[in-house]
Design a protein. Structure first.
Length: 408
């Protein structure tokens, strides 16, 4: 049986813009040997085949012209043998065999369909021993080059990679696969029983869940769904406020249905947003007196927030005690206009796990909401009580010209 090894080497060499002499130097042979291979006079030594395949980023099977169906059968046999050795739970005895199997899989079958067995059919703790882990690391890298975005490999390897390397691995591969860094770390710590690391991630996930359920930060102030009726929006806002009150273990009062009499907390931006949105719904529903209660509470909270100058640490929530939130005065353009004015705002932020989560409270945005963006307040815009609330918000707006720094 004639194997197309020589013609495949010639094709791949030309594809990689390489001369026979250059390939020969890489392999430690003469260029005459390479010429004889390509002319089909002789085959390369089998010991050289892995090196030739690696130079071209190919597999030994592809060099030999093995059909894909046969290649997959070989790959499956190797993967299942690796799984069998892993299940013996004796890495000291089987490390050399398992490492060699991974090396063959990496060089020849990194894109095989059977690869998933390595993750789903073994105890992952058996893969964390050296030198198995080191070879598995190279195998996963080869796998992700051949199969970018392989979620299974990314998720499972992030659970067993060394602490010193896992951050770099996650940063390299999560974005192309559309995976979340926090999600991978959460699963890693959970599986490994690393409760001290797991707790911070758990609190971050809890915060993000509550934040989303309560309509997110104040940026979602602008997210009115016009396809929903006023009654639907009112019920949704009521549910969001109830979730926030329950989570914070607080009770709304008749005159403070949003702030619950609290000073400033990490949810201040969300409270102001929900208060204004609920007030708008109440106006449209003809419940004007209730609307003014929500407006008064939201504007009063905004006034308390805007009194902040120096950086302060906010009181942590009971269930988020590991997340430290701060609030401080800052200046920025609310619409990111580099030629306009900077507005004074309060920057409420948390920095955890190298990620900054923040809410920017701009009185100018609240004024825009009350007077221009939504039409829900049109029915009361000429009432003295509403005008006074608007004036209070307007009085909180402070601007200054943007200072440009000349680059030498």
């Amino acid at each position: 049986m004639n194997l197309p090894i020589g013609s495949n080497i010639k094709r791949l060499r030309r594809k990689n813009d390489m001369t026979q002499e250059q390939l020969a130097v890489r392999l430690g042979v003469t260029f005459q040997s390479v010429s004889r291979w390509e002319n089909g006079q002789v085959y390369p030594d089998m010991e050289l085949m892995p090196a030739i395949a690696e130079i071209f980023g190919a597999s030994v099977d592809s060099l030999m012209g093995v059909p894909e169906s046969e290649k997959e059968k070989r790959a499956t046999a190797l993967v299942l043998e690796f799984v069998r050795l892993c299940r013996e739970r004796d890495p000291d005895k089987n490390a050399e065999k398992m490492t060699e199997l991974l090396r063959i899989i990496r060089r020849n079958y990194a894109d095989c369909e059977a690869f998933y067995h390595i993750w789903t059919d073994v105890d992952l703790s058996q893969l964390s021993f050296e030198p198995i882990l080191n070879e598995l690391r190279h195998t996963v890298e080869a796998r992700l080059k051949k199969c970018p975005g392989d979620e299974l490999s990314i998720k499972y390897f992030s659970k067993i990679e060394d602490d010193g390397r896992v951050g770099e691995f996650i940063e390299s591969y999560t974005a192309p696969a559309g995976l979340g860094r926090d999600e991978l770390l959460f699963e890693r710590y959970w599986v490994r029983g690393e409760h001290d690391k797991y707790e911070l991630t758990r609190q971050l996930r809890l915060f993000e869940t509550v934040n989303e359920l309560t309509a997110g930060a104040s940026v979602k102030l602008w997210g009115r769904d016009e396809s929903k009726s006023c009654e639907q929006r009112f019920r949704e806002n009521t549910a969001r406020l109830q979730i926030l009150h329950t989570f914070c273990r607080e009770a709304p009062t008749e005159v403070q249905p949003v702030s619950c009499g609290k000073e400033i907390d990490m949810w201040a931006g969300t409270r102001i947003s929900l208060g204004l949105r609920q007030a708008e719904c109440l106006v449209e529903l003809g419940r004007r007196n209730e609307a003014y209660i929500f407006l008064e509470d939201a504007v009063s909270l905004l006034e308390r927030v805007m009194k902040i100058t120096d950086k302060i640490t906010l009181e942590p929530e009971e269930f988020l005690h590991g997340l430290i939130w701060t609030a401080e005065e800052s200046w920025h353009s609310p619409d990111n206009d580099p030629t306009g004015e900077e507005h004074r705002m309060i920057f409420i932020a948390n920095e955890s796990d190298n990620v900054t989560r923040c809410v920017c409270v701009y009185p100018s945005n609240i004024l825009f909401y009350m007077t221009s963006y939504y039409k829900g307040f049109d029915n009361i815009k000429n009432e003295q009580k509403f005008k006074e609330l608007v004036d209070r918000v307007r009085g909180l707006i402070v601007t200054r010209p943007i200072l440009f720094t000349q680059t030498p």
